[in-house]
Ligand binder design. Structure first.
Ligand code: ADE
Ligand code: ZN
Length: 322
């Protein structure tokens, strides 16, 4: 349906994009039992907490720099195949440390995957380093310090993901100060599992250029106006929101209402195989479930490029392709 449209994605967790067949092959390679988390080609979870547990367990079957290169190259090739020209991948150097690979080797593997994919298809990609709330504020500060120290030109953003119900944004403010000081673009998961207050918190404490999800801002009309006035871009992931039961169905999902209220919105797939989706499906849903015309979908894509954490030359080159 949207096959001929160019696509961009600002919100996808690298390990969340792992195809189940690849994760199974990895688990076999390292003799890791994932049968509780991966059955019949499908990731197994039943609520947000068990999704995060499943995500963390599956991430552990990617162990070497080459594993991360392969995972990155595989996902970017899939994106390029459906007309994607730009991708921002959310990565966790702290995860590299936790699995004993080390943050540098983890990031080097991912960057190698980006180089291979760019060479094969021309797709551009950048990395957003994330901290994860459920590993605590110190680990989030560690992620920001890593991003500052790495001085890697492909690392252009900083995010906060994980268990949104753990702590308030203020508990993680120092990490955002570090990331802001070195010029990284800022985005933060909010208004997904927690209500509108978490989006207000993010604006009050961090004032990021973008918010991951942010869709529960719809519960507070003054907050929706504030987002529109500030020009904050929401990285909306409808398929993820329905899979995690943030909204019961697409008919009650607020993507269109937010756009009509003047909020700048984009669409992404978040953790595609975990949520039985893909970027292509999200674009198709924009048409079939939300009734957007091709011109309106191109506008979502353009907003994504305008809000991308890239240098101006790359941004203009991407805009010229829409
Ligand atoms: N980590 C991976 N996917 C996530 C999501 N949808 N929300 C918060 N943290 C995540
Ligand atoms: Zn996310």
């Amino acid at each position: 349906m949207t096959s001929r449209l160019k696509k961009v994605e600002l919100h996808c967790h690298l390990e969340g994009a792992a195809p189940p067949a690849l994760s199974l092959a990895q688990a076999r390679k390292y003799n890791i039992d994932v049968s509780e988390y991966l059955k019949d080609g499908t990731y197994v979870w039943h609520d947000f907490a068990s999704f995060l547990e499943c995500y963390d367990k599956i991430s552990e079957v990617y162990k070497s720099a080459e594993d991360y290169a392969l995972l990155t190259e595989t996902y970017l090739a899939e994106l390029a195949d459906v007309g994607s020209i730009y991708s921002e991948l959310i990565v966790s150097p702290d995860h590299g440390k936790r699995i004993g690979l080390g943050a540098d080797a983890y990031i080097e593997g991912v960057c190698e995957g980006i180089r291979r994919a760019r060479e094969a298809s021309g797709i551009e990609a950048r990395l957003i380093v994330t901290g994860e709330r459920h590993f605590g504020p110190d680990s989030v500060v560690g992620a920001a310090e890593y991003a500052a120290k790495a001085q890697n030109p492909l690392i252009t953003g900083f995010n906060l993901a994980g268990e949104e119900r753990m702590g308030r944004v203020a508990d993680y403010a120092r990490a955002f100060d570090i990331a802001r000081d070195i010029g990284l673009g800022l985005t933060i998961h909010a208004g997904e599992v927690c209500g509108a207050f978490s989006v207000a918190d993010a604006l009050d404490v961090v004032r990021p250029a973008r918010i991951g999800h942010g869709v529960r801002a719809i519960e507070d009309s003054a907050l929706v106006s504030r987002l529109a006035d500030l020009g904050t871009v929401l990285e909306v992931c409808p398929g993820s929101n329905i899979a995690l039961k943030v909204f019961p169905d697409f008919a009650s999902h607020p993507l269109r209402k937010l756009k009509e209220a003047g909020v700048r919105v984009t669409i992404s797939s978040d953790d595609p195989p975990f949520f039985h989706t893909s970027l292509k499906r999200e674009y198709d849903l924009a048409a079939s479930a939300f009734g957007f015309s091709d011109a309106e979908i191109d506008q979502l894509t353009r907003t994504g490029i305008e809000a991308a954490f890239v240098d101006e030359e790359t941004r203009q080159a991407l805009l010229a392709r829409i």
